[in-house]
Write a protein that binds this ligand. Structure first.
Ligand code: GN1
Ligand code: MG
Length: 352
């Protein structure tokens, strides 16, 4: 059993173990690991990294370790194997790691609770501000062009050309996404021209990547540091907003109910901007809100591309899953597009 092999490399003297898969994330496989060692019951988080997505898994571990050490986050840490490594490669070549299980913590896929919305913004804003002086030259780019929306569109166009049998099912969605292309890709041109400063960013600021104290609902820590890399603040702001301010979850098929909730947004953005506003330069303040439309559209583009390529990237539960996700995010993106003025006013007033 590979899992037993993994556990033995960390804990040679365990008596019993069980693993419970948890459904968080579309890329890696995650389990809660229950162990009994000397009659003591322990709980950990076990993960198998997706090597197709992260083709340099050691860089992923090194980046996240550097960042965790720098911000002195004591809530979350890697366990080490008996030979002192923060990962284990099993006999079939799979890549594993174990984290502590953050006690008394909870995460949310969605929330109406204003404290949670505000605290989500604060958590990611604080993460950004704590890294503002970090020397990013030591970080590797684990996924190049991760939030390069222009490149994501190119990949979509290529997938349309090469797809066998699936383009017919998503012509409407493709055409709708093309309508948004220029409205978001001009930001990548600004980036190419060096107009936006490179920062150290999280790059996957989904609402369920924040752990909260179960009772107080204050944030404890930000998790999933796999894509911490040099990047741009509008992407972190936008990804968090698209995920927590939507009225339906990312996997919902109730498309008619999907919209961008401006009240939720106010609370999320308040938390985020309070933490970051003293660190931003003018052009970052001006473009911050545009990250929401960019990342929402980009995620729809990514889901649709993966659908056309027969689901090779994101985990899926059924044949049209990626298409449904693409429609979900596309619907949200068009609502964000319609609400751009309000979103802008809220963001600018909070940044004053
Ligand atoms: C993936 O696996 P997870 O949920 O942490 C993806 C993100 C997407 C997200 C959408 C490395 O993140 O970019 O926003 O799915 N991560 C990667 O749910 O591609
Ligand atoms: Mg992730």
């Amino acid at each position: 059993m590979p899992i037993e092999e993994v556990i033995k490399s960390y804990f040679p003297f365990f008596c019993e173990y069980s693993v419970v898969p948890i459904k968080n994330g579309n890329i890696n496989k995650t389990f809660i690991l229950y162990l009994t060692i000397n009659k003591n019951k322990k709980k950990y988080l076990l993960q198998q990294l997706n090597k197709m997505v992260f083709n340099d898994p050691i860089a992923v571990i090194e980046n996240s370790s550097l960042v965790l050490d720098y911000i002195k986050d004591e809530a979350l840490y890697y366990l080490k194997t008996l030979d002192g490594k923060k990962y284990y490669i099993d006999s079939s070549g799979s890549f594993w790691r174990i984290f502590n299980f953050v006690s008394n913590s909870i995460s949310f896929d969605e929330s109406e609770d204003l404290t949670i919305l505000y605290q989500t913004g604060k958590a990611y804003g604080n993460f950004f501000s704590r890294l503002s002086q970090f020397d990013g030259r030591n970080l590797k780019t684990t996924i190049p062009n991760f939030h390069n929306t222009k490149m994501r569109y190119k990949s979509l166009d290529n997938a349309v050309k090469s797809s066998v049998g699936r383009y017919e099912k998503c012509q409407r969605e493709y055409a709708l996404l093309k309508q948004l292309e220029n409205h978001v890709c001009f930001l990548d041109c600004l980036i190419e021209e060096g107009k936006l400063p490179v920062r150290i960013t999280h790059n996957d600021t989904k609402c369920n990547n924040v752990l909260f104290n179960r009772e107080t609902h204050e944030y404890i820590t930000v998790i999933d540091l796999d894509t911490v890399m040099p990047g741009y603040i509008l992407h972190d702001f936008g990804d968090g907003a698209r995920s927590i301010c939507a009225t339906e979850k990312e996997d919902s098929k109730r498309f008619e109910n999907i919209s961008f909730d401006l009240d939720k947004f106010y609370h999320y953005a308040k938390g985020f901007t309070e933490e970051i506003k003293n660190y931003l330069i003018e052009i970052e303040k001006l473009t911050l809100y545009m990250g929401i439309l960019k990342i929402t559209t980009e995620l729809s583009v990514r889901f649709l591309t993966d659908f056309l390529l027969n689901d090779i990237y994101f985990k899926t539960d059924y044949p049209n899953h990626n298409l449904d996700r693409a429609i979900n995010q596309l619907t949200l993106a068009f609502d964000v597009f319609d609400k751009q003025e309000e979103i802008k006013d809220i963001t600018y007033s909070l940044l004053k």
